[in-house]
Ligand binder design. Structure first.
Ligand code: COA
Length: 635
């Protein structure tokens, strides 16, 4: 049995909290927070009682923080799922010559998902262990059991989760041209269908959808709405028994397989002066373009209606061979999803290619889901389409491969690759804006029972001192609205800014070592269960429950600044040539996921075009300058 998530002492967390505020708030705000904390922790303040409440909760529950965190992070967040919550993953493209190739690939994916499910059901999942920092500690495996057959459900106040049940029959939902088909993959009386049978079922759907004369209602687009709005729309749909059954089938399906026609090559390529972003990859598409397809589907004119964003696993297969996943984040972190899919891809790659054997399909064709649509829902579908299109057009997304070095070089410098990349992100931000901002990095707490993540706050005083010193001599470089039209893409742009610092290399190296030591300390604190964010969240929720009102600790300016993550980052390591990305979490913020390989690092940078402060390609350019400067400093 794994240990329970610890609860740090009040003194520990409050001291750390003041320390993380220092680089991101004004001296006045810091002073105010200091006195608020003093009042909170004083003998007559609420701190000790609330801490006692959490300690009792820890005794009573497997993971005292689980639902506080789940609700705060996901279930109570009213924002639409695409872009704001669901990550998109791009996997190495396939080569399809005919529609049979597409059906065969889909069948192999489904077959392997089924094998995985059977392995889970029989208790055969191999225990994972930490590979560094107290190496060998077992990790919580609960996330793996929530991936297949689960679904989020919208609520007007709070969402909920439909979690997988053990069943004797199983099915998948296939989406093609906004139609949905229910494909049984395991029957109670005969077990799992064969790969050939699944392929022929998929083929039936792929042949049926384009032949239909009518334009189907894009019901799936309703799942792109704000959560309270979609909750209302769903209630309206549920008034019809036919829709009740359809929604049940979708929510209980093991996964969705969405067959897309690729979005245009120039999709949302604004800000790059027409030059495509990222490396060319598949059928003339660049990686940013593929990431757009996986994150949101390209809008109502393209594939956004061909989705059900509440579904945990939506595998997306495009006719040009690119493919990937859009996943609903609440049941699991990306790592479990990546492990599952990469494992399946490796197995498929080892399988011999197969000619169609022309075998007859003796199974009835898969059932097409027919919806009963009232005029009000019809109206809502067009409103939801308009809103989704607006949000999608606003996503500025740039996949950037830094090719000069990867984690081999960083390890040779005796630095943790994750720490190094976090500092590069801090420097990149500082170069653009001249200050640091509240930064989120997800830290896995799977060493503990039902552990999910805590937050590594990478903006430290040590990072600030180092970034300032690195930029001495550089002019102010703050993003202006007019800059946004410029081409800052990193590919094909050889103009290099000459940077210099008035400090000696030895001094800069020393500052870097201090920043890296601090970042390493915070990282280790978090993964060993002594992060401050989960603890502060627990105290805040305990305060709400026990006191009925919020202490100023959770309402003052500093708290707001600390929780507005203008830089939201996470490492999503992949062993194949794949990557995962997501949108920013605030209107003027950046999202930055990264995937360090031995000799390169893949970044997915996101921002919103509507912000006059941010630009994904400009950030990528600054990141390139930062990584180059760090190599020059340390080599
Ligand atoms: N010198 C040389 N090598 C070092 C080093 C140093 N000072 N410090 C670490 N390394 C090595 C490690 O031994 C490890 O080696 P390996 O590649 O042989 O395993 C490698 O560098 C990577 O270690 P590091 O970069 O320190 O980080 P990590 O892999 O332990 O990851 C976190 C750190 C925080 C990203 C990780 O613990 C975590 O929490 N991951 C989950 C994030 C997440 O949830 N993402 C999904 C969000 S949806």
């Amino acid at each position: 049995m794994l240990p329970k998530v610890p609860i740090p002492t009040l003194t520990q967390t409050m001291a750390e909290y003041l320390r993380v505020l220092q680089p991101i708030v004004t001296p006045q705000q810091l002073e105010r927070s200091r006195s608020v904390i003093k009042q909170f922790t004083a003998p007559n303040g609420p701190g000790a009682t609330l801490q006692r409440h959490l300690l009792d909760k820890r005794e009573a529950e497997d993971n005292w923080a689980y639902y506080y965190w789940l609700n705060d992070m996901y279930m109570d967040n009213p924002l639409p799922l695409p872009i704001n919550s669901n990550p998109g993953m791009v996997l190495p493209p396939r080569k399809f010559t005919t529609v049979n190739d597409i059906a065969r690939f889909a069948a192999r994916l489904i077959d392997n998902l089924m094998l995985h499910k059977e392995m889970l059901d029989s208790g055969g999942l191999v225990q994972e262990r930490a590979t560094s920092r107290e190496k060998g500690q077992p990790l919580c495996m609960a996330q793996y059991y929530r991936l297949l057959g689960s679904c989020r459900r919208p609520g007007e106040i709070r969402d909920s989760q439909y979690l997988p049940q053990q069943r004797s029959d199983e099915h998948m939902i296939i989406c093609c041209r906004n139609q949905m088909y229910c494909v049984p993959v395991k029957a109670g009386d005969r077990g799992r269908l064969t790969e050939d049978e699944i392929a022929s079922q998929v083929l039936c759907a792929l042949n049926d959808a384009p032949c239909l004369r009518y334009d189907p209602p894009r019901v799936g687009i309703l799942t792109t709405g704000t959560r309270p709005q979609w909750a209302k729309d769903r209630q309206l749909l549920l008034l019809e028994p036919q829709n009740v059954r359809n929604i049940e089938l979708v929510e209980q399906a093991l996964a969705l397989i969405c067959f897309d026609e690729s979005i245009p090559l120039t999709f949302n390529a604004r800000g790059f002066n027409g030059s495509p972003a990222g490396a060319h990859y598949c059928a003339g598409r660049d990686e940013s373009n593929m990431a757009h397809e996986m994150i949101h589907g390209g809008g109502s004119k393209y594939n956004t209606g061909n989705r059900w964003f509440d579904k945990t696993m939506q595998l997306i297969i495009c006719n040009d061979g690119s493919w990937g996943l859009c996943y609903e984040h609440s049941p699991s972190e990306g790592i479990a999803v990546v492990q599952l899919l990469e494992g399946i891809v490796k197995k498929i790659d080892e399988m011999p290619s197969r000619e169609e054997n022309g075998s007859q399909n003796y199974l009835p064709p898969p059932e097409r889901l027919e919806w009963s649509i009232c005029p009000e829902i019809e109206q809502r579908i067009s409103e939801a389409s308009r809103d989704a299109d607006r949000n999608i057009e606003d996503l500025d997304f740039y996949v950037y491969r830094y090719r000069s070095y990867g984690k081999n070089f960083i390890k040779a410098c005796q630095v943790s690759p994750d720490v190094f990349i976090q500092l590069a992100l801090q420097l990149a931000y500082f170069k653009l804006y001249g200050h640091l901002v509240s930064t989120y990095e997800s830290a896995s707490t799977r060493r503990f029972m039902l552990g999910r993540v805590d937050c590594i706050r990478s903006a430290s005083m040590e990072a600030l001192e180092w970034a300032k010193a690195m930029c001495q001599g550089e002019g102010a470089n703050v993003t202006l609205e007019s800059d946004k039209e410029d081409d800052y893409s990193c590919e094909g742009n050889d103009i290099k800014k000459v940077t210099f610092s008035i400090y000696s290399r030895d001094h800069l190296r020393e500052l870097f070592r201090c920043a890296a030591a601090r970042q390493t300390e915070v990282m280790v604190q978090n993964i060993l269960g002594h992060g401050i964010d989960i603890h502060l969240l627990g105290l805040r929720e305990a305060c709400r429950e026990k006191e009925g009102n919020m202490h100023e600790l959770f309402t003052d300016e500093s708290y707001k600044i600390a929780n507005c993550f203008l830089l939201s980052t996470s490492q999503v390591a992949c062993s194949t040539n794949s990557f995962m990305g997501y949108g920013p979490v605030t209107p003027h913020g950046y999202g930055a996921s990264y995937n360090p390989h031995p000799n390169e690092i893949i970044f997915c940078i996101s921002a919103f075009f509507s912000s006059d402060k941010t630009s994904a390609s400009r950030f990528a350019r600054s990141l390139q300058d930062s990584l180059d400067a760090m190599r020059d400093l340390l080599s």
